[in-house]
Design a protein around this ligand. Structure first.
Ligand code: XBP
Ligand code: MG
Length: 275
């Protein structure tokens, strides 16, 4: 039977619940450090999450915030400064151990390694955030576990644009139908599907109710077999967490039931790297 060649991991919301208690808190601390009275509560941050990219999210908020600088250099510089501070504060939070990997993530990472399934990171968060999170939980040599790590700085267009997935495929020299993505959000799902990659959704706190049309499978997390659609194969009902066999079952099922998109052919040139 055809085996999955690689598993492509999203980061925020998928590897860990980083948004509500990580990025949001760090943004608020950055506002405070800059002497600004602005704060994002849990609800407002959820609305802002429709904008991917922390700096882009800030710019979207500043565009409607009374008292913020108007469009132009001053606004751009403020967003860049706040974003830099936010990332430094986020790293501190992560290093303190406050943000854990989601349950079931580590066992799947270990299983993929043990069974020789390649892995990659496909995220449009900043590289420093990924490094802080994975160094904290997997050790300083975490990157050796992944055949490709593509982050926000490596792409011109953040999710939902498929660029991050196209770049990972190019680095791995794999076709979209040889890999599977794990995502948590509609923009992440759109990015994967836009590259012709099937995706399994592990719902995260902020995207608990969203429509996930075109997903290969949708469930509450890798820690359980309960609540998944489609239901997993009988064999894996005896293991607590979602396994590589479960993922391969969904991947094969998606290949036969979900219409394929106009796929980039294997060997197509990767999008240009930003200067
Ligand atoms: C999630 C994002 C990021 C983070 C913040 O990306 O949209 O913007 O919220 O990180 P993914 P930055 O789900 O692909 O990991 O501030 O570094 O952008
Ligand atoms: Mg995500």
């Amino acid at each position: 039977m055809k085996r999955l060649a690689a598993l492509l991991w999203d980061v925020d919301g998928t590897l860990a619940e980083t948004e509500r208690d990580g990025h949001r808190v760090a943004f608020n601390r950055a506002f405070e450090a800059a002497g600004l009275p602005w704060r994002w509560d849990v609800l407002r941050y959820g609305q802002l999450l429709r904008v991917t990219g922390g700096r882009e999210r800030l710019l979207a908020d500043l565009a409607t915030r009374p008292g913020a600088p108007g469009p132009g250099k001053e606004r751009d510089a403020l967003a860049a400064r706040l974003h830099e501070t936010k990332n430094a504060l986020y790293e501190e939070l992560v290093r303190s151990g406050r943000i854990r990997l989601r349950p079931g993530v580590e066992s799947l990472l270990d299983e993929c390694r043990a069974r020789g399934c390649a892995m990659a990171i496909a995220t449009t968060t900043s590289r420093s955030n990924v490094d802080a999170l994975l160094a904290r939980h997997l050790g300083a040599s975490w990157a050796a576990r992944f055949a490709s790590v593509i982050c926000g700085e490596d792409v011109r267009n953040k999710k939902p644009h498929p660029e991050v997935y196209l770049r990972v495929l190019a680095e791995l020299s794999l076709a979209p139908n040889e890999v599977l993505a794990i995502e948590d959000s509609p923009p992440g799902l759109a990015a994967a599907r836009g590259a012709g990659v099937h995706a399994v959704i592990t719902r995260s706190a902020y995207f608990a109710q969203d429509r996930m049309d075109g997903a290969a499978a949708i469930g509450p997390g890798l820690h359980t077999h309960a609540g998944w659609w489609p239901q997993t194969q009988a064999a894996s009902e005896y293991t607590a967490t979602i396994t590589l066999d479960d993922l391969e079952g969904w991947w094969r099922g998606a290949a036969s039931t979900i219409p394929s998109l106009h796929l980039p052919a294997r060997g197509d040139p990767a999008p240009a790297r930003p200067a």
